[in-house]
Design a protein around this ligand. Structure first.
Ligand SMILES: [Fe+2]
Length: 243
């Protein structure tokens, strides 16, 4: 049953918003397959009022070609096409899987969410916490970076105790917007609403892989006013990250 106290997001909610996690860079991962589709998405996002997007392609063993130099070249090429069609300001970062290729990326220097070169978006396996993840997070911090854990609500192995432990370690958390609509299942849905209410998130991203999910599920998000205020705070943090 839908609670009477829960509301849809207001229609002007995304006016001026900045997204810090999406897979719009075409043809480099399981996100958008070509420039045409990516530009179509940019146009729709612009209609929603979104002003800035940070493109965060996957850096993981499944996409072995994705290294800093290659991705920067693809980004440059895409920006030249996109700027003729959309006024959304584009930035480049990455979503780093903490797998056995990660240390090579770390040695080469990471693509960061902010201009100062500090905030690094990283993810782990959804199913299990591999033993070397803690040491990789430690290495990230030793190099002067700030880990931002992507969509913590989606990690099936993680309990509240794990989340509190990560916060104690000063890792930041990025919420996936559509977790609030139940796109990633009941557990991620419940965790995302709880962690948002508890003020545990720092940033919010669409993690958009296609336009279809965004259009279909965004209207299904329902929240209490207090949570909508929290979401506003996360978008404010996104903006500060990019300024
Ligand atoms: Fe992602």
């Amino acid at each position: 049953m839908i609670s009477l106290f829960k509301k849809r997001l207001p229609t002007d909610f995304f006016r001026g918003a900045c997204d810090v996690h999406c897979h719009l860079l075409p043809g480099v991962d399981d996100g958008f397959p070509n420039s045409k589709k990516s530009i179509e998405a940019l146009k729709l996002l612009e209609e929603h009022g979104i002003e800035q997007m940070t493109l965060t392609p996957h850096f993981m063993k499944e996409y072995a070609d994705n290294d800093r130099e290659y991705i920067q070249a693809v980004f440059q090429d895409f920006c030249e096409k996109a700027e003729k069609e959309s006024r959304i300001k584009l930035h480049l970062a990455a979503e780093y899987m903490l797998d056995n290729r990660f240390m090579t990326h770390l040695e080469q220097g990471l693509l960061t969410l902010d201009k100062s070169g500090v905030h690094v978006l990283c993810e782990t396996s959804y199913m299990m916490y591999e033993r070397n993840v803690s040491s990789m997070l430690y290495e990230i911090m030793c190099k002067g970076y700030q880990p931002v854990i992507a969509h913590p609500e989606r990690y099936e192995y993680a309990s509240e105790k794990d989340y509190r432990h990560w916060k104690d370690k000063d890792y930041e958390f990025q919420l996936n917007l559509l977790s609030l609509a139940g796109v990633y299942g009941g557990s991620a849905f419940a965790k995302s609403h709880y962690m948002l209410r508890e003020g545990m998130y720092d940033y919010v991203g669409s993690d958009m892989h296609s336009l279809e999910n965004f259009k279909r599920y965004l209207p299904e998000i329902r929240m209490r006013s207090k949570s909508i205020d929290q979401l506003h705070r996360l978008f404010e943090n996104n903006r500060n990250l990019l300024s």
